[in-house]
Design a protein around this ligand. Sequence first.
Ligand code: F6R
Length: 243
Amino acid sequence: MRIIQAGDYNDMSRKAAAILAAQITLKPDCVLGLATGSTPVGAYEKLVEWYRNGSLDFSGVSSVNLDEYRGIGKENPQSYYYFMHQHLFDKVNIRPENTRVPDGTEPDAEKECRAYEEHIRSLGGIDLQLLGLGHNGHIGFNEPAATFAKVTHCVDLAESTIEANKRFFASADEVPRQAYTMGIGTIMHAKKILVVVSGEDKAEIVAKAFFGEVTPEVPASILQMHQDVTLVADTAALSRIPR
Ligand code: F6R
């Protein structure tokens, strides 16, 4: 695992965006696995800036997102579909038909999750998967559990996740209780993984996930077993790792 220390959130965003941009430059028809949440927003802003100044071309890029809340539609501002369009897809020249987010309105969970896995396979797999890190160690919406989930599946969100994500909703009651998420196996199949983390509040989970025991109770700890992981984190988020 490579650890790239950034001074602060802006520096983390610039460094992470540079890695994503390098991937697009090296392989213009690459498949990006994308994440939502507050952490990658700054990196997406940088990518938009570099697209606008002519440094980046998304016309050959395909993307698959990690996850989506179950039961909310594309037009809902809290949906991850909406988030991706707002922060990236509508601002660069990626082809809409080359982007995919799990369909939260598909009531048949098995059907949607199977179709999502097949779609990723049909693209030839993910070249670079971007990940944020939950306070409880989740990646995608793979919550702490007794085993690692292999493929895209429907999850019940942990209380701690509902609590953490309520900031985006009018109240905790409005946070959906379920989501569709890539599995740990889906994520681990990505050729390269880029994890972005910022802030003192994530310092403890960063130390646990990347230097602690590999256990499904800390889903991100499995990343220690991946052959090409880059962690870009700011000084605050790295403040508890062993030196
Ligand atoms: C988002 C996702 C989540 C977030 C994680 C961190 O698509 O899958 O795992 O990356 O909850 O969220 P933030 O960045 O808001 O702290």
